[in-house]
Design a protein around this ligand. Structure first.
Ligand code: NAG
Ligand code: NAG
Ligand code: NAG
Ligand code: NAG
Ligand code: NAG
Ligand code: NAG
Ligand code: NAG
Ligand code: NAG
Length: 540
C-alpha cells in the first residue's frame, strides 16, 4: 500500500470508529445505543429513541404513579421508536400500554447545549412522541440544541381517579415529571446542559407546561417555558371521578368502592378500556374530559390562584395563540340544521360540555350572556358558525393564555405572540384544500415535523422561511431566555407593559388583540373566584 492509501484507510477507520462511539452513550443506568439521523437539509445528528424511563405501567401498576426504570446491563437498543400510549386512531402495531419512553436527539455528545423538552398535545387522549408521527426532530436539529420528546399516559390510564389514596389521579403528569427528572439526571451524557432546560408544549401539552410551573413536584427541573395555545389559568371543569365511574359502569365493574373498582378495571385489556372511553366523543369533536386533579401532591391549589399569588417558577415564558384558533372547528356540522337549531334553543345545556366550564351561577345567567355576546340572540345558522367557533377559541385558548400573560408578567418576562401567518396547509381546510384561517396548532408545523397535515414542509417549499424563523425563535429563547426574531427587537410584556408580537409573513410588535372579548370571560370567571370545581379538592 502506498503511504497515501494507508493514511486514507486509517482516516476511514477513525471516521467509522468515531461514528460508532458517538452513537453509544453510557449513563449510570446503563449503555444506550442510538442511530444516525438526518435533518431536512441533510446534516447528521444522533437519535436515541424509545428509551424506557419508567417500569411498564401495566397490571398492578395501572392507575398508579410511575416507578423509575432500573439499571440494565449490556447495551440498550435505542435505534427505533417505542410504542405510543393506548389511544384510538393509530394502527394497533404502534400501540402498547408499555409506552413510557423518552427520545433524545443531539449533534454533539461532548458539548453543554441547551435542552428543549417537548410535551405533545392531543386533548389528553391522543398524541405521541414518535419521530415519524407526532414529534419529528428534523427541524429543530438544524441548530445546536438537545431535543427531547416523551410519551406519558393518556385518557383513563393517565387521569382516572377514585379521589382516594388508592387512585389519586395525575399519573400522566407524574410520568412527565419522571421524564424531566430523567433529563435532569442523564442529559449531560448526551451533550445537554441540565441547567438550561426549556419545557415546550402546545394545546393540552401547553396546559401541562403551565401546571409544571405551579406544581411543587416539578420545581427546579426546568428553566424556561414555552406555552402555545392553552394554559391551565382558566376555570375549566374536569370531572375525572365522573368519567372513571362511567367507565366502570359501562364495563360492568363495581362503581364506588375504590379497591373493587380498580381491581376490576386492572384486569381488563387496555383495548377494551380505550374503545369504551373513546365512544363518548361529543359531536365528533375532541373535548377534554380527562385532566388534572388537585390532589394535594402534584397540585395543591387551583393553578390560577397559584399564579395570582406569584407562587410559581419565576422563569421566562414564551406564550401565544394562533390568529383563529378554533374558529372553524364547528364547520363540520354546517349542514346539520337540526343540531344547530337545538343548540340555539338549548344553548345552556350544550355550553358546559362544549366549553368545559361550569356556567352555574345563582345571580346571573352566564350562558345567556355568552350566547348573546357572540350570536346576538340570533339562531345558529350556517353563516354564524364562525361566531360560535370564536366561543371555542376564547374559552379553550384565548382567555386562559391572556390570563396567564396578565398574571405572570407581574413577576417574569413574558414574550407574547399571535401567529398570523397563513401557509398552504392547515388543520381546518375547505373543500379545495385551502386552510380556513390560521388554526389551532397550525404554527407547530413550522417547528416540529409531524404527520398530521396533508404534507410536511421541506426546504424547497415557500413556507420554509417560517421554519427557519420559528426554529430560531425556539432555540434563542432556550439558550438565552429572550427570543430572537428577524432582527426585530421583541420587547417582553412585564409589570408595566403588554406587548404582543404579531408573527405574519412580516413581524410587528403591537398591542393586545381583542380586549373586549377577553374581558367578557374575565368578568364571568374572575380570577378572584377562580376555585376548584366541587368535585375536586385534596384527596380524602
Ligand atoms: C435494534 O433494534 C432494531 C429494530 O428492532 C433492529 O433492527 C436492530 O438489529 C437491533 N440492534 C441490535 C444491536 O440488537
Ligand atoms: C454547563 O453550563 C452551566 C451553566 O449553564 C455550568 O454551570 C456547567 O458547569 C456547564 N457544564 C459543563 C460540563 O461545562
Ligand atoms: C361523527 O362522524 C361519523 C363518521 O364521520 C358520522 O357517521 C356521525 O354521524 C358523526 N356524528 C355526529 C354526531 O355528527
Ligand atoms: C408556595 O407554595 C408552597 C407549597 O407549594 C408553600 O409551602 C409556600 O408557602 C407558598 N408560598 C407562598 C408565597 O404562597
Ligand atoms: C382569539 O381568537 C380569535 C379567533 O376566534 C382571534 O381572532 C383572536 O385574535 C384570538 N386572540 C386573542 C388574544 O384574542
Ligand atoms: C355541506 O353541504 C354543501 C353543499 O351540499 C357541501 O358542499 C359541503 O361539503 C357540506 N359540508 C360538510 C361539512 O359536509
Ligand atoms: C339578547 O337578549 C338579552 C335578554 O335576553 C338582552 O339583554 C340582550 O341585549 C340581547 N342582545 C342583543 C344583541 O340583542
Ligand atoms: C417593561 O417593558 C418596557 C418596554 O415595553 C420597558 O420600557 C420597561 O422598562 C419595562 N419595565 C420593567 C419593570 O422591566
Amino acid at each position: 500500500m502506498t503511504n497515501l492509501l494507508k493514511i486514507f484507510v486509517l482516516l476511514l477507520f477513525l471516521e467509522l470508529l468515531s461514528a460508532q462511539i458517538s452513537t453509544l452513550v453510557e449513563t449510570h443506568l446503563g449503555k444506550i445505543r442510538g442511530s444516525l439521523m438526518k435533518t431536512e437539509k441533510g446534516s447528521d445528528f444522533i437519535g436515541f429513541r424509545g428509551i424506557k424511563y419508567a417500569e411498564p405501567p401495566i397490571g398492578e401498576n395501572r392507575f398508579k404513579p410511575p416507578i423509575a426504570i432500573k439499571p440494565w446491563s449490556g447495551e440498550l437498543n435505542a435505534t427505533t421508536d417505542g410504542f405510543m400510549c393506548p389511544q384510538v386512531g393509530k394502527p394497533m402495531h404502534l400501540l402498547s400500554e408499555d409506552c413510557l419512553v423518552i427520545n433524545v436527539y443531539t449533534k454533539h455528545s461532548n458539548k453543554n447545549q441547551s435542552v428543549v423538552v417537548f410535551i405533545h398535545g392531543g386533548a389528553n387522549i391522543y398524541g405521541n412522541s414518535h419521530s415519524e408521527h407526532g414529534a419529528g426532530p428534523e427541524f429543530l436539529m438544524e441548530n445546536d440544541i438537545v431535543f427531547v420528546t416523551m410519551n406519558y399516559r393518556l385518557g383513563p390510564f393517565g387521569f382516572l381517579t377514585t379521589r382516594t389514596k388508592e387512585a389519586p389521579g395525575n399519573y400522566g403528569y407524574l410520568d412527565q415529571v419522571m421524564a424531566l427528572e430523567w433529563v435532569h439526571d442523564h442529559i449531560s451524557k448526551f451533550g445537554g446542559n441540565p441547567r438550561s432546560v426549556t419545557i415546550f408544549g402546545i394545546s393540552s401539552g401547553s396546559i401541562y407546561v403551565s401546571l409544571h410551573l405551579v406544581s411543587p413536584r416539578s420545581q427546579g427541573l426546568f428553566h424556561k417555558a414555552i406555552i402555545m395555545s392553552g394554559s391551565a389559568t382558566a376555570d375549566y371543569e374536569f370531572d375525572n371521578l365522573h368519567w372513571g365511574r362511567k367507565l366502570a359502569r359501562e364495563l360492568a365493574c363495581p362503581i364506588y368502592n375504590p379497591p373493587d373498582v380498580l381491581d376490576c378495571l386492572r384486569k381488563l385489556p387496555w383495548t377494551t378500556i380505550v374503545s369504551v372511553a373513546s365512544s363518548w366523543d361529543f359531536f365528533n369533536m375532541t373535548d377534554m374530559k380527562w385532566s388534572y386533579q388537585i390532589d394535594g401532591h402534584f397540585l395543591t391549589k387551583p393553578p390560577t390562584v397559584t399564579f395570582a399569588e406569584g407562587n410559581f417558577s419565576k422563569i421566562p415564558i414564551l406564550t401565544g395563540l394562533t390568529k383563529d384558533e378554533y374558529t372553524f372547528m364547528f364547520n363540520i356540522h354546517e349542514n346539520n340544521s337540526g343540531l344547530l337549531n337545538d343548540i340555539t334553543l338549548n344553548f345552556a345545556k350544550y355550553a358546559p360540555k362544549f366549553f368545559v366550564h361550569n356556567f352555574d351561577d345563582p345571580k346571573i345567567d352566564k350562558t345567556k350572556i355568552v350566547q348573546s355576546f357572540y350570536l346576538g340572540n340570533q339562531s345558529l345558522a350556517k353563516q354564524k358558525l364562525s361566531n360560535f367557533g370564536k366561543i371555542f377559541s376564547d374559552s379553550m385558548a384565548n382567555y386562559s393564555i391572556n390570563r396567564l400573560v396578565q398574571l405572570a408578567r407581574k413577576f417574569v418576562d413574558v414574550y407574547y405572540y399571535r401567529f398570523d401567518y397563513l401557509g398552504r396547509f392547515g388543520v381546518f381546510e375547505n373543500w379545495e384544500g385551502k386552510p380556513l384561517g390560521v388554526n389551532h396548532a397550525d404554527d407547530l408545523q413550522y417547528i416540529i415535523k409531524r404527520r398530521m397535515l396533508r404534507k410536511t414542509i421541506n426546504p424547497n417549499d415557500p413556507e420554509w422561511f417560517m421554519v427557519t424563523r420559528m426554529v430560531k425563535v425556539i432555540t434563542t429563547f432556550a439558550e438565552t431566555g429572550s427570543p430572537e426574531l428577524d432582527g426585530v427587537k421583541w420587547l417582553p410584556s412585564n409589570k408595566t407593559a403588554v406587548n404582543t408580537m404579531y408573527i405574519g409573513r412580516k413581524v410587528k410588535l403591537g398591542f393586545e388583540p381583542l380586549k373586549e372579548r377577553l374581558q367578557l370571560w374575565d368578568k364571568l370567571f374572575p380570577v378572584e373566584i377562580s376555585s376548584a370545581p366541587a368535585e375536586q379538592g385534596p384527596i380524602i
